[in-house]
Design a binder for this molecule. Structure first.
Ligand code: KG4
Ligand code: ZN
Length: 388
């Protein structure tokens, strides 16, 4: 089946079309069209994501990203029959709160034929509610204009199921599975005994790992998002093999639960820097020590969770999983557990994207008996949790 998917939970605006078939635990997935715009540069001056700016940018860019994704998928053709008045009013009702999006989307719908898609999947939450609403409103408007079923998707389930698309590796999910999700807003260990059934084992009590990367980058006057920059500074430092003068704590390393805490680590970095102006070399060494501290905690807690919960798959997901050092450290960890297969998303699909939302749409549709509805009655949920 062909799925159109939309992601607008944070500062990435993304629309894609995938073709999916086969068993939901090991589907065959082909990306037919994928259009993504990262707003990171625009949010840089705020040192993080500014919700109203994110919303405005999503509304401005969605119609052209939709057009690009459909055209890459060769699903766009011009029509001579514009929307009739009733459809136009229905769509305007869905888009009433979305400003710019309304007229741009109606212009597009007036000029293109209904594409051959079977399902629309859209991120419902968690995320920034005003930002989520833009994607949801567009998804509902399209479902209504084209009479296509629509399915709301949990963004975190998208990160988990992003591992199902990995063209270079076999990526079959075997249950029970353990998932470690590390992104800008989440740090969670989740036990998945059977498909789509999630039990939270532990989570961060304060900052998420990605958030800590972003804040530490800001302390060193490095731009947002901090993850990729700190990662590359740390990599330089590892190559130079120099003795590291910095030393940071490994918070909650030996607690018996599966919770995390990263705000103390962040504060230690702040106190260590004080008002010093750091040289490039100092930034490299600090980045390495910070990344080593984070990695050690993630590895240790996951190892304990694997010892306590025998599983067949270890799934890693979320923006921080784009990090080479963290990926390599987990490759080493699973060598201690021969019965566990490590499933990683590609680096492109580790950070926010709409392909993973389409994949989750497919898995949900195939795994549950209730078919998705033609008209979605659901709202954005900024604090949406994964449930069984
Ligand atoms: O999953 P994601 O794209 O968005 C959320 O759902 O939050 O994750 C974004 C986070 C940011 O905090 C960013 O700094 C971090 O992922 N990140 C990284 C790397 N690439 C992105 N952290 C460490 N190393 C990276 N290479
Ligand atoms: Zn995310």
């Amino acid at each position: 089946m062909k799925i159109l998917s939309i992601e607008t939970s944070c500062d990435e605006t993304a629309v894609s079309v995938i073709q999916a078939s086969g068993n939901p635990e090991n589907p065959k997935i082909k990306i037919l069209g994928n259009a993504l715009f990262s707003q990171a540069k625009l949010h840089e001056k705020f040192g993080g994501v500014y919700p109203n700016l994110a919303k405005r940018e999503h509304a401005k860019n969605l119609p052209s990203l939709l057009e690009r994704a459909l055209s890459e998928a060769k699903l766009i053709s011009q029509t001579k029959s514009p929307l009739n008045q009733t459809k136009k009013e229905e769509i305007e009702k869905e888009l009433i709160r979305e400003g710019d999006l309304s007229s741009n989307l109606i212009d597009l719908l007036n000029k293109v034929k209904k594409p051959k898609i079977d399902l629309i999947a859209v991120t419902q939450g968690p995320g920034l509610e005003p930002a989520l609403w833009v994607g949801i409103s567009m998804a509902k408007a399209l479902a209504s204009a084209w009479n296509v079923p629509i399915i709301p998707i949990n963004h975190m389930e998208g990160h988990i199921l992003s591992v199902l698309f990995n063209p270079r590796k076999e990526s079959k999910l075997a249950f029970p599975a353990l998932a470690l999700l590390v992104s800008g807003g989440h740090t969670e260990l989740i036990l998945i005994k059977k498909p789509l059934s999630y039990k939270l084992l532990g989570k961060t009590r304060d900052d998420a790992v990605g958030e800590a990367y972003d804040k530490v980058a800001r302390m060193m006057n490095l731009p947002y998002p901090g993850g990729p920059i700190i990662a590359s500074l740390a990599e330089n430092s590892r190559k130079s093999n120099q003795k590291n003068p910095w030393s940071f704590p490994r918070p909650m390393l030996h607690t018996k639960d599966f919770d995390f805490s990263f705000s103390g680590l962040k504060t230690s970095v702040l106190y260590a820097i004080k008002d010093q102006k750091l040289s490039k070399k100092q930034k490299e060494l600090l980045s390495q020590e910070f990344e080593d501290a984070v990695t050690e905690v993630l590895i240790h807690k996951t190892e304990k969770a694997l010892e306590k919960n025998p599983v067949h798959s270890l799934i890693l997901g979320g923006g921080v999983i784009a990090n080479n050092h963290i990926r390599n450290s987990f490759e080493k960890l699973v060598q201690k557990f021969p019965e566990v297969k490590l499933l990683l998303p590609t680096k492109e699909l580790s950070t926010d994207n709409s392909v993973m939302i389409g994949v989750a749409g497919y898995v949900r549709t195939k795994s549950t008996k209730k078919p998705p509805k033609k008209k979605g009655v659901f709202s954005a949920q900024g604090n949406l949790h994964l449930s069984s």
